[in-house]
Ligand binder design. Structure first.
Ligand SMILES: Cc1cc2nc3c(=O)[nH]c(=O)nc-3n(C[C@H](O)[C@H](O)[C@H](O)COP(=O)(O)OP(=O)(O)OC[C@H]3O[C@@H](n4cnc5c(N)ncnc54)[C@H](O)[C@@H]3O)c2cc1C
Length: 441
């Protein structure tokens, strides 16, 4: 018989992405005893030329859980971070405010939280002269075509340290803010962070949580007794835990902001900036929720995309390639299946949006002088909506269990049409405030 170690805390927070980090930081700053369970390891950003981004995928041990594929056509690759800080350890750092009406419909106002975050984190766009050569060419082309192309706001820790290529797949410079910083703040306030620990389910007695059941990679089975449980395991993780805990209806209504990359090539005589540029430096959100922005993919990913689409003769043409992101706000038409697989159809409306985005991308690339345009397969990095407000949680982010809450991308009522981190931080901060006010935190 194996021994189960038991620990006790006031609040257990499951997951340390932006949702979990925001809750843990605010509660621990107010003196609450907080325990953070994180499935992945803690991976501080590495300096040096060749950082190893697989660490953020949970290493070889967890990679099959972080690089996933949908089980429905068209097959979409979906990626998430399994590490302290969650997916923000590999994000582009773009900061956008969601349309307030998406939350007003549920009686939620995030204005105060967003104002507080903007005081706490340096948020600003790159200046025109900081844009990389390729991003500048695309911005110029889009603006000449009359598109309101703007430099994207981004989360900075120290903007003075910014250099091109540094804001993606792990920041080697210390320029970019990520959620791990707030997890470390929480630990500084006295919170305990347990890495390598996967929460399996919430332990429920008479509709109340008495804690959670987890597995620590080294110690084995763990039982955490807690007064309050906050799930922040992300758009895939939180519904899985709720299902294991008896809430079978979690895991529906998945949206994931599907995207593709459009590539085109300037003439062989041109040699554009050699170093990888940062991702999504400037772009536009068109009506209906179609985003276009400059996009740079790591070399390995470029090779893979060429192979998938059967494009020949372009392997060494990176210096001539211009590339654009086409991302859409999709319908909430996906779900998790019983085995944890992801089913995500694209509706007729989604496909129309993608076609529209491809047409605009083609115009921008051609106007910038690019030819031989092709499009990558569809992928996604924003899984959300699987515990959405109004269905699985109420406006206070409470589930139907008395003391079990959710604070992450899974509660988003629909696709936000913008990158979600700012909104998730605001929802986490708002939940922590609610718990403190009601004496639960
Ligand atoms: C490549 C990439 C680029 C992106 N760029 C941007 C961008 O520029 N701007 C933006 O706003 N958004 C961006 N995003 C999206 C953004 O990072 C995510 O939407 C956001 O991090 C989701 O936050 P979350 O708190 O819901 O969950 P996550 O960040 O996914 O964190 C959840 C955490 O929970 C842990 N976990 C999961 N299951 C369990 C379990 N059972 N037990 C314990 N722990 C568990 C995971 O290991 C993870 O650390 C990007 C995402 C990716 C992948």
């Amino acid at each position: 018989m194996t021994n189960t170690e038991t620990m006790t805390t006031e609040v257990v927070v499951v997951g340390s992405g932006p949702g979990g980090a925001a809750v843990a930081r605010k509660l621990s700053a107010a003196g609450r005893r907080v325990l953070i369970l994180e499935w992945g390891d803690d991976n501080p950003p590495e300096p040096g030329l060749f950082p190893n981004p697989t660490r953020y995928f949970g290493g070889l041990r967890l990679m099959k859980h972080s690089i996933m594929k949908t089980s429905s056509a068209p097959v979409m690759k979906m990626v998430r971070g399994l590490t302290t800080g969650g997916s923000t350890m590999m994000y582009a750092g773009v900061c956008e405010e969601a349309p307030p009406e998406k939350f007003a419909a549920h009686g939620i106002d995030l204005d105060d939280e967003i104002r507080a975050i903007k005081k706490d984190i340096v948020i600003r766009p790159l200046a025109d002269e900081q844009l990389g050569e390729k991003a500048r060419m695309l911005a110029q082309s889009a603006r000449q075509l009359g598109l309101p192309w703007k430099n994207c706001d981004r989360f900075f820790l120290d903007p003075a340290k910014f250099r091109q290529g540094s804001l993606f797949m792990g920041d080697r410079t210390g320029a970019r803010w990520d959620a791990r910083r707030w997890v470390l703040d929480a630990v500084g306030h006295g919170a305990t962070l347990l890495n390598g620990t996967r929460c399996e389910k919430v332990l429920i007695e008479q509709n109340r949580a008495i804690g959670v059941q987890a597995v620590d990679r080294n110690k084995g089975a763990l039982r955490i007794q807690a007064d309050t449980v906050v799930l922040a395991a992300g758009g895939i993780g939180s519904p899985q835990i709720l299902r294991n805990s008896g809430l079978a209806e979690a895991g529906q209504s998945l949206c994931n902001d599907p995207y593709l990359i459009a590539f085109g090539y300037v003439g062989k005589d041109r040699r554009l900036s050699g170093r990888g540029e940062s991702n999504r430096q400037a772009g536009v959100l068109l009506d209906g929720g179609v985003t276009l922005a400059d996009a740079t993919v790591p070399g390995m990913v470029y090779m893979q995309m060429l192979k998938e689409q059967g494009i020949r003769g372009r392997m060494f043409a990176g210096r001539q390639a211009l590339s654009l992101l086409v991302e859409i706000a999709d319908d909430s038409d996906g779900s998790l299946d019983a085995e944890g697989g992801i089913c995500k159809h694209l509706t007729a409306r989604d496909l129309e949006k993608l076609e529209y985005g491809k047409r605009v991308a083609r115009d921008i690339l051609q106007h910038a002088g690019a030819r031989d345009i092709w499009f990558s397969r569809i992928a996604a990095v924003h899984p959300a909506g699987t515990c959405r407000i109004g269905e699985i949680v109420d406006a206070d982010l409470k589930t139907r269990f008395d003391n079990v809450y959710v604070a992450d991308a899974s509660v988003l009522p629909e696709s936000l049409a913008v990158p979600p981190v700012l909104t998730i931080l605001a929802l986490g901060g708002r939940l922590a405030g609610h718990l403190l006010r009601t004496g639960q935190g």
